[in-house]
Design a protein around this ligand. Structure first.
Ligand SMILES: [Zn+2]
Length: 102
C-alpha cells in the first residue's frame, strides 16, 4: 500500500513538519533537512544525481511559508529562502522520515 497522509502539521516554533499517515505511523522532518534534501533541478544535477545545492547556504532557522498539495501524491513547500520548486512525494516523506526517526 502506498503511504497516504492523514494530516500534515507545520510546527513553526520547533521548525518541524510532522506527518501523520493513514497507517498510524508518524514522520517528523526538520524543515532544514527537508530543504537540504530537495531533489529539484536547481538542487540536484539531473544527469549525475549529485547535489548541487550548497547546504552551507541554507539558514539553520529556515522556515516554511506555504505548502500546497500536488495531486494526491506529493506536497510542495515554499521555504522562507524563496525556494518553491521541489516536490516531496509521500513515498519519500514516509521512507526518509522513518530513517530520520531511527
Ligand atoms: Zn530544490
Amino acid at each position: 500500500m502506498r503511504p497516504s497522509p492523514k494530516d500534515i502539521k507545520l510546527k513553526r516554533a520547533e521548525g518541524i513538519v510532522e506527518i501523520l499517515w493513514l497507517d498510524g505511523e508518524t514522520s517528523r522532518w526538520s524543515v532544514y533537512d527537508l530543504r537540504c534534501s530537495c531533489r529539484c533541478a536547481h538542487c540536484v544535477d539531473e544527469m549525475t544525481g549529485e547535489r548541487t545545492l550548497n547546504v552551507a547556504e541554507v539558514p539553520d532557522d529556515i522556515g516554511i511559508s506555504d505548502m500546497e498539495l500536488v495531486g494526491s501524491y506529493a506536497v510542495k513547500f515554499t521555504f522562507s529562502d524563496g525556494h518553491d520548486t521541489g516536490l516531496y512525494t509521500w513515498d519519500k516523506l514516509y521512507e526518509a522520515g522513518q530513517q530520520f526517526l531511527a
